[in-house]
Ligand binder design. Structure first.
Ligand SMILES: Cc1ncc(COP(=O)(O)O)c(C=O)c1O
Length: 377
């Protein structure tokens, strides 16, 4: 079976982890933590990185740093992982959904402003499957309404956005360097992995200090065991950061490989009339984190059946996210009752992603494409 993802740890990961073990720096202090934070923040064009235990806790403390009050609202896409909604709910605020764009599967910016109310405090755009959100209009709307933008870049390491693309001097900027705050996941299926791990990025030194305190039980620098705020243990270990530093050394190679893989899949699969392939907007350089296929309704096949038939051909896949407004746990809490987001609903039902990991060989990619062709013939 060709797996959806296998991590590729072919750089200095082992050497750096060995150093942690040899020197005894195995916990959450040590040189690799700071190096990882500094390297990743610089790569994304941000000043401060705060490494945490995973992408969900990164979102949680990013939202916490906004000091929201109950009933304050955060706008986010319906089509995303539950971590985004959890981060809002754990801060006792209210998640408000927007449907997604039918070609990028990212938050539909044309529908965004209509969701703003006097209680809106922040917008959380999510770069889905490695393709950037159209950030210019998001940032313009946020500025007009005095809102904070938390970019969830968990799936978009190294993806780039042509900032100012409708203006006179557009510039390519990396995802994770576009909002007020951004968050990453370094789970094993991500472009950069630390096994489990995450990071928040910001340009604001005061916010960075607060985030460092929140991840570490809110110890205070002046008097260690005096607490004035409820904190968390969201620390990353030096050993995980050691893997991260080795991974970041190879980021250009990783991004180039992922872009090549995405383009190769597109070349091989385009022309099949029943499929929607991932797009790449002219203002975007996608990293094709996961190569998604949306199968047309008129095939009479949904993603579950498509996945079963691919599995029979030796190809493993994963279903697309299920919209937040279709989650029993959220509906049971009285959230999103009666709300409908047609694009999100359709792609959840009809979408899956193909094996996309860095360890995938060309031969395996050919096998996957042949299997897709077979199933659809
Ligand atoms: C968009 C997005 N945000 C947040 C997360 C959460 O990251 P983690 O699994 O590291 O908690 C993920 C995980 O895949 C994700 O895809």
């Amino acid at each position: 079976m060709i797996p959806v993802n296998e991590p590729l740890l072919t750089g200095r990961e082992m050497e750096f982890v060995e150093e942690c073990v040899r020197t005894g720096w195995i916990s959450s202090a040590g040189r690799f933590i700071e190096e990882f934070e500094a390297h990743w923040a610089a790569y994304c064009g941000m000043q401060h990185g705060i490494a945490v235990s995973n992408g969900t806790t990164a979102l949680q403390i990013a939202v916490e740093s906004l000091n929201l009050k109950p009933d304050d609202e955060v706008i986010l896409p319906s089509f995303t992982i539950i971590s985004c909604v959890l981060a809002v709910l754990y801060n006792e605020a209210v998640p408000v959904l927007v449907d997604v764009d039918p070609s990028t599967y990212c938050l539909d910016v044309a529908q965004l402003e209509a969701r703003i109310t006097p209680r809106t405090r922040a917008i959380m755009p999510v770069h889905i499957y490695g393709h950037p959100v159209d950030m210019d209009p998001v940032l313009a709307i946020a500025k007009r309404h005095g809102l904070v933008v938390i970019e969830d870049a968990a799936e978009a390491h190294g993806a780039e956005y042509l900032s100012g693309h409708d203006g006179p001097s557009p510039v390519w900027r990396r995802c994770g360097g576009l909002g007020d705050l951004s968050t990453f996941s370094f789970y094993a299926n991500k472009l950069i992995t630390t096994g489990e791990g995450g990071m928040v990025l910001t340009n604001d030194g005061t916010v960075a200090e607060r985030l460092k305190s929140l991840r570490n039980l809110s110890f205070r620098s002046e008097q260690r065991f005096l607490h004035t705020e409820l904190g968390h243990n969201f620390r990353l270990t030096n050993m995980q950061a050691a893997i991260g530093v080795a991974q970041v050394e190879r980021i250009d190679e990783i991004v180039a490989r992922k872009r090549w893989m995405g383009q190769r899949y597109t070349e091989r699969l385009s022309g099949l009339p029943w499929l929607q392939l991932p797009t790449e907007m002219p203002w975007a350089r996608s990293v094709y984190w996961m190569y998604g296929l949306v199968i047309h309704d008129d095939t009479g096949m949904d993603a579950v059946e498509f996945a079963q038939r691919l599995r029979a051909e030796g190809v493993d896949t994963r279903p697309f996210f299920l919209g937040m407004h279709e989650q029993p746990v959220l509906l049971n809490r009285g959230l999103f009752s009666g709300e409908q987001y047609p694009v999100s609903e359709r792609i959840s039902r009809q979408g899956l992603y193909l094996p996309s990991g860095l360890a995938l060989t060309e031969g395996q990619m050919d096998h996957v494409c042949e299997a897709v062709r077979q199933v659809l013939s």
